[in-house]
Design a protein around this ligand. Structure first.
Ligand code: ADP
Length: 163
């Protein structure tokens, strides 16, 4: 049997969107195992707790056999090293993502040359979708049902006091 290829998909996922899920599904077809890794970043407090994000992601990836969810503190390349991963998955939506992702990829490669960054482009409906946009729309009472799963939609409304 071929050697196992593990990829880490690090991010904030506050909250996870269908754009994230689209990327996870594609990555799961390329790598034998994908670990979605929620960053525990004290400086970046989110709307949802890390535990809530892990819960939402775990529900979303449950039907995909080779994907699991975990959390990490510190450098994603160090987490990747500990997991024996060969790649970090990132999403490239629009040109503005490129500069940031390129800088991260170059620096991460310097920190750990054994891990490469693999950028995937989202399917068209998710090109302009971000967690920030979802929070903004939901915060103003708009519907985000086309951007997140029904469960995330429900939790978002509960969090914002609109059930
Ligand atoms: P971060 O705080 O690390 O940017 P995010 O949760 O916002 O965390 O995003 C994690 C990764 O997923 C990033 O590489 C981002 O570009 C990508 N991503 C976010 N939304 C989408 C989307 N709609 N389509 C494709 N990739 C996305």
């Amino acid at each position: 049997m071929a050697e196992e290829t593990i990829a880490i998909y690090p991010g904030s996922f506050d909250p996870p969107t269908l754009g994230h899920l689209d990327l996870i599904e594609r990555a799961s077809k390329i790598f034998s195992r994908v670990i979605v890794a929620v960053a525990q970043n004290v400086a970046k407090e989110g709307l949802f707790s890390v535990e809530e994000r892990v819960g939402m992601l775990s529900d979303m990836v449950e039907p995909i056999g080779n994907v699991s969810v975990d959390t990490f503190k510190g450098l994603s390349v160090e987490f990747a090293r500990r997991q024996g991963a060969i790649a970090l998955i990132r999403g490239l939506r629009v040109v503005s993502d490129f500069e940031f992702e390129l800088t991260m990829a170059i620096n991460n490669h310097k920190l750990n040359p054994e891990v490469d960054t693999v950028c995937l482009m989202p399917s068209e409906p998710y090109l302009f979708l971000s967690s920030r946009l979802v929070k903004e729309i939901a915060g103003f009472g708009g519907s985000v049902q086309h951007y997140v799963t029904p469960e995330v939609d429900r939790l978002l409304r509960a969090k914002l006091g609109r059930s």
